[in-house]
Design a protein. Structure first.
Length: 172
């Protein structure tokens, strides 16, 4: 398997097209037409420095995973959005790698906390966030309500990098 590279991107760049297309398909398949609204909710400017960031993992120049963060309404908190792994590349730890990269970048940008939500019909995402050390802000043993988002948080370390804390050194 080829090495992965990390690239910063902006929504609308050609490299982000697979992320948008596949995430939209996932959301619409799992939640209905509201998936289109979710994907249109935030413009590209939400995910650009200094307040935000969009990262892609590339294998041989092809996007295989990605994610972004934006400034949350709570001070010094970044909100992770648009987590994606290409269907053909799942179960390889790529989502965890994207999270570690986003955590490291957010910490370097001055954020001290990450907040994110996932949907109740995305058990693999719930499992990823729990395995990556995120604290559920809901009862994880309770049956989720049909369309209520499941919120998580993680406090970022003030020394070292989040990638080191996750056991993954970033590759740039």
């Amino acid at each position: 398997m080829s090495a992965l590279t990390v690239e910063r991107a902006v929504l609308g760049d050609p490299l982000t097209e697979p992320l948008i297309r596949e995430l939209t398909h996932e959301y619409v398949t799992r939640y209905g037409p509201g998936g289109h609204e979710e994907m249109a909710r935030y413009g590209a400017e939400e995910f650009t420095p200094p307040d935000g960031l969009l990262l892609l993992l590339l294998r041989d120049g092809v996007p295989v995973a990605g994610g972004a963060y934006r400034r949350h309404r709570d001070p010094r908190t970044a909100e992770v959005k648009r987590m994606w792994t290409a269907a053909a590349h799942r179960r390889q730890g790529l989502g965890r790698r994207v999270l570690a990269e986003l955590e490291s970048a957010a910490r370097e940008a001055g954020y001290r906390r990450i907040f994110l939500t996932t949907g109740p019909r995305q058990p693999e995402a719930k499992g990823l966030y729990l395995a990556a050390g995120y604290t559920p802000l809901f009862d994880p043993d309770a049956a989720p309500e049909e369309f209520r988002p499941l919120p998580f948080e993680k406090h970022l370390p003030t020394t070292g990098t989040a990638a080191e804390a996750a056991g993954k050194a970033p590759t740039r």
